[in-house]
Write a protein that binds this ligand. Structure first.
Ligand code: FAD
Length: 310
């Protein structure tokens, strides 16, 4: 059994594990894939104090840092069920996809999130080569170029406003005939000369030259006509889905499926904490996930010293 079991091995999980292990308590990590979303990332230029790195390198650095400590790391396994402790000092149980069960006095949930994809030809091929999901991260890579934002919800319109400051021109493609973003954002976007919004546009293909994105193809859903736009980047903003389906009923989730945490990372369940993109913490970024991991780990440690008599 563990004192702290961290479910998820992204930046939040790695930070949680290091903070817990440094307290000299029995710490475990279980992760389907160590590194999480960072493993899918190319350039990282906003991890403060490291001017430039890339995903695979940051994953190796995270792994090495965790290995400095006595942490029991299990990868290639997926948690499928959580049974929270019934009283303070009791054990919570995590069930894995291989049937094994792990017990721990405190649990830190850091299972992250995944970007909803368009599922069109070229999207995977050009991921990181013009297809992007995070404007805060990759916006500056498209300075002075033309880009599209897919999705007219709050994140899409926010992304368009943000990108309009950096890039030459932004085309927003919205599938339906209404923009679901807040009125104040829509007004702001419409006031910017280098943003064009196209409604009822279904993106059908990401077009590239084999190396990088050169454009996209969409169908006008009203006329049925197909159109091509030349551009260098496509920001897909059709939703970020937390990896929390397996937690329904075990901890309280927001209407978007995010784990509800307080300022110490405590969830609705006894001894269960949460950190990173899987939670209600605003703004999903590496540095924020790491900070949240540290918070949740210190929160868990506080819980442990208050709830056990040994
Ligand atoms: P994740 O990184 O999503 O990690 C989740 C972990 O949980 C993984 O180990 C996963 O395998 C595991 N897991 C999930 N479900 C289960 C389960 N049921 N059982 C066991 N394990 C499970 N942020 C920046 O700050 N700068 C950038 O430049 C940047 N670029 C990005 C580029 C891309 C393409 C993407 C997708 C994201 C980018 N981000 C960037 C965002 C950043 O990667 C995330 O905010 C960060 O990784 C969140 O960390 P996390 O630990 O909360 O979750």
């Amino acid at each position: 059994p563990f004192d702290v079991l961290v479910v998820g091995g992204g930046p939040a999980g790695a930070a949680s594990a290091i903070y817990a292990a440094r307290k000299g308590i029995r710490t475990g990590v279980l992760a389907e894939r160590f590194g999480g979303q960072v493993a899918d990332t190319m350039a990282i230029e906003n991890f403060i104090s490291v001017a430039a790195t890339d995903g695979p390198k940051l994953v190796r650095d995270l792994e090495q840092h965790v290995k400095e400590y006595d942490v029991d790391v299990n990868t290639g396994v997926r948690a499928t069920h959580l049974e929270p402790a019934e009283q303070p000092g009791g054990y919570s149980t995590v069930t894995l996809d291989n049937g094994a069960q792990l017990k721990s006095k405190a649990i830190i949930l850091s299972t992250g999130a995944r970007w909803r994809e368009m599922n069109v030809p070229g999207e995977h091929e050009y991921r990181g080569k013009g297809v992007a999901y995070c404007p805060h991260c990759d916006g500056p890579l498209f300075k002075g170029k033309k880009v599209a934002v897919i999705g007219g919800g709050n994140s899409g319109i926010e992304a368009a406003i943000d990108l309009a400051n950096i890039v030459d021109h932004v085309t927003v493609l919205e599938f339906s005939d209404v923009l679901r973003a807040d009125e104040v954002l829509i007004r702001k976007a419409r006031s910017l000369k280098n943003i064009e919004i196209i409604m009822q546009a279904q993106t059908t293909e990401v077009v590239g030259d084999g190396q990088r994105v050169t454009g996209l193809r969409y169908t006008d859903r009203q006329s049925g006509d197909s159109h091509d736009i030349e551009l260098a980047g496509i920001f897909v903003q059709i939703g970020l889905v937390p990896n929390t389906e397996w937690l329904k009923g075990a901890v309280e989730l927001s209407q978007h499926g995010e784990i509800i945490v307080d300022e110490r990372g405590q969830t609705s369940a006894l001894g269960v904490f949460g950190a990173g993109d899987a939670t209600t913490v605003p703004y999903k970024q590496i540095i924020i996930a790491m900070g949240a991991g540290a918070t949740a780990s210190l929160g868990a440690f506080d819980y442990l010293i208050r709830s056990s008599d040994n």
